[in-house]
Design a protein around this ligand. Structure first.
Ligand code: FES
Ligand code: FES
Length: 173
């Protein structure tokens, strides 16, 4: 099968490439865009380590073909911070509340949290747990992750220092 030419805007930068039609978005992000903060934990839509925003919606990028993202905007974990020393409040809350141990799930967990907090505030613990149910963590036991998201919500309420994106209503992930 012949290659496809795609153009995907990743964290505000347009990336153009000729790719095999079967290439997954996660591999485009890691191999073409060179952004390795998005992880591959399973390749089978189970772990959520590959979560990014696609036109503002949280998606598991191992479940999306790069061709399906042609002409669209992708935000990865690298797109949340403003330089190395300026973490987004969600990132900072995960650091301060020990929402990570090995860190493998963390970029996906943070992208889901970022999407959630831009969509809704005053979240109950149950709503937070439901929202991150597609993101698996083998280390933390989730308590510190929930604490981190609650802390991130407080900080985003107080701070202007976050990226505003138009987040569409949630659909099947
Ligand atoms: S790598 Fe995509 S869900 Fe696990
Ligand atoms: S921090 Fe290790 S898998 Fe979540």
């Amino acid at each position: 099968m012949s290659n496809l030419k795609v153009s995907i805007t990743v964290n505000g930068e347009r990336k153009e490439a000729e790719i095999e039609p079967r290439m997954l978005l996660v591999h485009f992000i890691r191999e073409v865009a060179g952004l390795t903060g998005t992880h591959v934990g399973c390749d089978t839509t189970n772990c959520g380590a590959c979560t990014v925003l696609l036109d503002g919606r949280a998606v598991k990028s191992c479940t999306v073909l790069a061709a399906q993202a042609n002409g669209k905007k992708v935000t990865t974990i690298e797109g949340l911070s403003k330089g190395e020393n300026k973490l987004h409040p969600v990132q900072k809350a995960f650091v301060d509340k020990h929402g990570l141990q090995c860190g493998f799930c963390t970029s996906g967990m943070i992208m889901t949290s970022f999407w959630l907090l831009n969509k809704k505030r005053k979240l109950s613990e149950e709503e937070i747990r439901e929202a991150i149910s597609g993101n698996l963590c083998r280390c933390t036991g989730y308590e510190s992750i929930v604490d981190s998201i609650q802390e991130a919500e407080r900080r985003m309420d107080e701070s202007e220092e976050y990226i505003e994106e138009e987040i569409p209503a949630r659909r099947g992930r």
